[in-house]
Design a protein around this ligand. Structure first.
Ligand code: PRP
Ligand code: URA
Length: 209
């Protein structure tokens, strides 16, 4: 069973509260999603292996640690996942980026795929799939399956707000994938929106409705 990691850091909680508020407009919403994603990425990458190298400081040589050449990839689920991409790239700027386009059909609530472009060397990479909202889990589960069919080395899922229903779905469909979320909310409403949630993340990021 994949683990669920939540984030109780005061900065993340504070920024998430601002993000949720309906008073927050698109500009601030984008900035907050970006900042929270950077803060979360610090923890999501905690298990990266390091190796010792020898360097020269202006004073003497020393052995020091560097990331052990691990190849990473970030895969935002379009469109709202783009709101987390730059925040993660700030910490791991050399990661390659893949895109998966999915939207949730408003009637069936099933994910519909419309775009996919992934790094060609995906089987040598550990991937972080990002999407702010994990609601029914349909989109995340479909995206994860799509990526897994191309044999990545490892895969993690990172979101801002998760519903218990979505967590359960991803854990059931993808027991090998750990979930990192800034918050686990109460439930889904009749339209499969997260309660209390933050509304429609894509619309709030881009000012559409
Ligand atoms: C939102 C969100 C997730 C999905 C979550 O995307 O960004 O991808 O819904 O819902 P689920 O867990 O029930 O599948 P949406 O379909 O609104 O598309 P958008 O990102 O293009 O706005
Ligand atoms: N997608 C969103 O953007 N928000 C929700 O609450 C559920 C799905």
């Amino acid at each position: 069973m994949g683990e669920v990691f939540t984030f109780d850091h005061p900065l993340i909680q504070h920024k998430l509260t601002l993000l949720r508020s309906k008073e927050t407009g698109p500009k601030e919403f984008r900035e907050l999603a970006d900042e929270i994603s950077t803060l979360m990425a610090y923890e999501v990458t905690r298990d990266m292996p390091i190796r010792e190298v020898e360097i020269e400081t202006p004073i003497q040589t020393m052995k020091a640690n560097k990331i052990a050449g691990k190849k990473l990839g970030i895969v935002p689920i379009l469109r709202a996942g783009l709101g987390m991409l730059d925040g993660v790239l700030k910490l791991i700027p050399t990661a390659k980026v893949g895109h998966i386009g999915l939207y949730r059909d408003p009637d069936t609530l099933e994910p519909v795929e419309y775009y996919c472009k992934l790094p060609t060397d995906i089987n040598e990479r550990d991937l972080i799939v990002v999407d702010p909202m994990l609601a029914t889990g349909g989109s995340a589960s479909a995206a994860l399956q799509f990526i897994k069919d191309r044999n990545p080395r490892g895969i993690k899922f990172m979101c801002l707000v998760a519903a218990p229903e979505g967590i359960e779905r991803v854990q059931k469909d993808h027991p090998d994938v750990d979930i990192f979320t800034a918050a686990v909310d109460e439930k889904l409403n009749d339209h499969a929106y997260i309660v209390p949630g933050l509304g429609d993340a894509g619309d709030r990021l881009y000012g559409t409705k």
